[in-house]
Design a protein around this ligand. Structure first.
Ligand code: SAM
Length: 216
């Protein structure tokens, strides 16, 4: 059977069913906490959202931020995001590659939901270099992502030479996709991000972690 390995293509194909992942009953208490934290952390800020997907977290950002530029590489997920009811005049959706961020709208904060886990260890520094250049000194960064939970998470199928881990995921159309998905410990996060970020704070819930920090 063919196993697809293109991350962008995988999420394009998953656009319509993506938010089913937020309906898992065992994750609801943690999600309620994350919604609250995202709203608190971005109050009054001008936010660049990376890999916004269907706009699930964009709605929380828009509730309290001053402005949101929500970006993703996939037109298919942005089409879903644009159907959301959001506060008028606050949110702009735009097509952008997280690895090739261009200068543009003035922002002072960045949010990335479930993105860091897809950034290969060998390209993490380069990604942070470019994000730092786009955002500038002292800009706030918040990431949320998954904790690996046996029985709830998709099992890890293999580990590559860089230490990246991969899952085999099946979509509703029965296609199979190998997806790079890392589950870093707190100490790995501090080690990998500490060269670029200061004031790193990590909140670890049962199913998710939330990291907040500032660019040096
Ligand atoms: C796990 S989803 C997260 C979506 C959303 N942030 C959320 O938390 O619901 C990952 C997203 O990354 C996007 N993506 C994949 N490669 C990308 C890239 N190079 N630049 C920007 N977005 C990318 C996919 O289209 C997908 O929407």
């Amino acid at each position: 059977m063919t196993v697809h390995t293109d991350l962008q293509g995988y999420y394009a194909q998953r656009a319509a069913s993506y938010e089913e992942v937020y309906a898992k009953p065992e994750r609801q208490a943690d999600l309620a906490r994350l919604h609250q934290r995202v709203r608190e952390l971005f109050a009054g800020q001008r936010v660049l959202e990376i890999a916004c997907g269907t706009g699930y977290w964009t709605a929380d950002l828009a509730a309290t931020a001053a402005q949101v530029l929500a970006t993703d590489i996939n037109p298919a997920v942005l089409d879903v995001a644009r159907t959301r009811k959001l506060p008028a005049g606050k949110v702009t959706f735009a097509l952008a590659d997280a690895f090739d961020l261009q200068p543009g709208v003035d922002v002072n904060a960045c949010f990335a939901g479930f993105w860091w886990s897809h950034v290969g260890r060998e390209v993490q520094d380069g990604f942070l270099d470019r994000l730092q250049a786009r955002l500038g000194k002292n800009a706030q960064v918040v990431m949320i992502d998954n904790v690996y939970v046996e029985g709830s998470s998709t099992p890890i199928a293999r580990t590559d030479a860089h230490g990246n881990t991969y899952q085999i995921r099946r979509l509703p159309d029965d296609t199979r996709h190998e997806v790079l998905k890392n589950f870093p410990t707190d100490s790995t996060l501090r080690k990998r991000l500490g060269g670029h970020l200061k004031d790193i704070r990590i909140e670890r819930l049962d199913h998710y972690w939330l990291l907040s920090a500032r660019f040096k």
